[in-house]
Design a protein around this ligand. Structure first.
Ligand SMILES: NC(=O)c1ccc[n+]([C@@H]2O[C@H](COP(=O)([O-])OP(=O)(O)OC[C@H]3O[C@@H](n4cnc5c(N)ncnc54)[C@H](OP(=O)(O)O)[C@@H]3O)[C@@H](O)[C@H]2O)c1
Length: 335
């Protein structure tokens, strides 16, 4: 493999047996810039688990076709620009993909102002707290969950990139926060570091709904769900009157596993179940990023990714999220 531009493409369509060899790291020559386009040297990119759903079928984005670059949120530096808003040296983020270089229409990129990173805010937060995972936690909890100070919040995949931020933002709002995670170390870690008051290792309970009920007998006001399937049902059955379920992700059914039916809502309980995607809030990203950066400077939000060094490890890191081999909150540092 040369040191030139590289990108990961889909080599074969995975079934339930997702494996790193379904992806291929290829050298390529970036296209010449057309009017309005920008070439970006990518520094960090995500390997978000939601990509698995896009391998199976169209979601809000098109299905990923064989030979196509794998999509992902990324942060990088502008190398060349034919867009009036961007100049060489600007730091930008966008869905640039699992690649070292990408050419994109400028209209699909966000400029990350240098002030965001003042006061010790790490650059890699561009794909963490200031990227899609932080923004998803922020808008999901505050806009979809309509969080109020002092409420009780339940979060699934609580140690994940999104879940760990949800816990911290809920803590900033003086909430009581209960997390679900897949091993005892993750449970201890999110209580120590991510704002959680308590955590349940869901793998040790055959009756998850009952375990949540034992931990919070009065129920929860907001359930922020990243997992779907049986987990969604277990959280929903613990929802108080006027409670809100934030349907953020569906980790447990991205491989095509059948999802159980949601129970009917009971009118007298006036509960809300709402799914959302973060790009719905794109107009509000700049203000949200300023608030998140401020919380980082104040020490209220911590950035704790597993940094995967080298673009050549991206596929392995992606697959490892589904079998416990990858550390929490992975981001790929391209060089
Ligand atoms: N709506 C949006 O706009 C939006 C934006 C970004 C992300 N998302 C979604 O939000 C969710 C969280 O994203 P993320 O990037 O922070 O990922 P994540 O939560 O870090 O996902 C990886 C973790 O999911 C858990 N997991 C894996 N398989 C599971 C299963 N079968 N059942 C339950 N848990 C399982 C594992 O944690 P444990 O060891 O704790 O089980 C794993 O470490 C994902 O579903 C993602 O697709 C939605």
């Amino acid at each position: 493999m040369t040191g030139g531009p590289r990108r990961w493409v889909l080599a074969s369509r995975p079934g339930k047996d997702l494996k790193a060899s379904d992806f291929d790291l290829q050298s390529f020559t970036p296209a010449d810039l057309a009017e309005g386009e920008v070439r970006v040297r990518i520094e960090h990119h995500t390997v978000a688990p939601g990509v698995r759903a896009k391998l199976m079928a169209a979601t809000y984005a098109a299905r990923i076709e064989l030979g196509n670059t794998i999509p992902g949120n990324a942060v990088g530096v502008v190398e060349a620009s034919r867009h009036p808003k961007f100049a060489a040296g600007d730091r930008v983020s966008g869905f640039l993909g699992w690649a070292s270089v990408a050419v994109m229409p400028g209209g699909e990129l966000d400029k990350l102002d240098a002030e965001l990173f003042e006061g010790g805010v790490p650059l890699a937060t561009g794909v963490g707290l200031l990227g899609m995972s932080g923004l998803t936690a922020y808008f999901g909890l505050l806009k979809i969950g309509r969080l109020k100070a002092g409420e009780t919040v339940l979060v699934s995949s609580a140690a994940g990139a999104v879940g760990s931020v949800v816990g911290q933002i809920a803590r900033i709002h003086d909430c009581d926060v209960l997390g679900l995670a897949g091993d005892d170390d993750k449970c201890a870690d999110i209580v120590a570091e991510s704002g959680y008051d308590a955590a349940i290792n869901y793998k040790t309970h055959s009756d998850l709904g009952g375990a949540i009920k034992a931990a919070r007998p009065d129920g929860v006001d907001v359930f922020f769900d990243n997992v779907g399937g049986e987990t969604l049902l277990a959280g929903f059955q613990n929802l108080r009157a006027f409670g809100r379920v934030v349907v953020c992700g569906a980790m447990s059914v991205y491989d095509g596993a059948p999802a159980p039916m949601m129970p009917a809502l009971t009118p007298s309980l006036r509960q809300t179940v709402q799914a959302f995607i973060c790009p719905d809030f794109v107009a509000e990203f700049p203000a949200a990023r300023r608030q998140i950066a401020q919380w980082i400077r104040e020490g209220k939000l911590k950035h704790r990714p597993t940094v995967v060094q080298g673009i050549e490890r991206a596929a392995e890191a992606f697959v490892g999220q589904f079998n416990g081999q990858t550390g929490p909150r992975p981001i790929v540092s391209v060089d």
